[in-house]
Design a protein. Structure first.
Length: 188
């Protein structure tokens, strides 16, 4: 009898995990379709202990999209509690810290994201933009160069690198990246 009850409990727990996984998949699909309300409804049906880092990240994104920034930050931190390798949570926290003028914290979070996802050009781009705000142009140059190394066809990467070279007094390189920017814009 004890064995039978144990089997029933195991089956019940498997069904809960399966249901949570299905709800997560559906929520991700709805989020991709910009249906924020349905995304939120589905994730809130998942027990907090069963939520994945991705679930917490999506909740944070929905909160941020709704202007509930403090709640979004809480959700991003919950995502990191679930998975310290959730680079998107660090990236989003970096963006938050830039928006409130806490550039050192933004840099720390972008660097954590880079340690996990070193080949994401947008992390380097945002890091470079943060360094511009801090007037640390040599660091910004390095960040934009990395962004371009991983994705060379984004006009804004070249535009910002041209700006950095202007600030560093390197007119030749400024002109080169301004030219690259113009060519990329023409191609669009």
């Amino acid at each position: 009898m004890k064995r039978f009850i144990l089997i029933l409990i195991c089956l019940f727990l498997q069904n809960i995990s399966f249901a949570a996984g299905e709800l997560s998949k559906q929520a991700t699909a709805f989020y991709s379709d910009n249906n924020r309300a349905r995304t939120m409804d589905l994730i809130l049906q998942i027990n907090e202990n069963e939520r994945t880092a991705q679930d917490w990240l999506l909740l944070g994104n929905v909160m941020e999209d709704s202007g509930e920034i403090e709640n979004a930050v809480y959700m991003y931190n919950k995502a990191l509690e679930k998975d310290k390798n959730c680079y998107r949570a660090y990236y989003n926290l970096g963006n938050y810290f830039v928006s409130v003028g806490q550039f050192d914290n933004a840099v720390k979070n972008y660097k954590k994201a880079i340690k996990i996802k070193y080949d994401n050009p947008y992390i380097y781009y945002n890091l470079g933009c943060t360094y511009i705000k801090m007037k640390e142009y040599a660091k910004a140059r390095a960040s934009f160069n990395k962004a371009i190394m991983y994705k060379s066809d984004v006009p804004e990467f070249h535009y910002n690198l041209a700006y950095v070279y202007k600030q560093l007094g390197n007119k030749k390189m400024m002109n080169q990246y301004a030219y690259n920017y113009e060519k990329l814009v023409e191609e669009d």
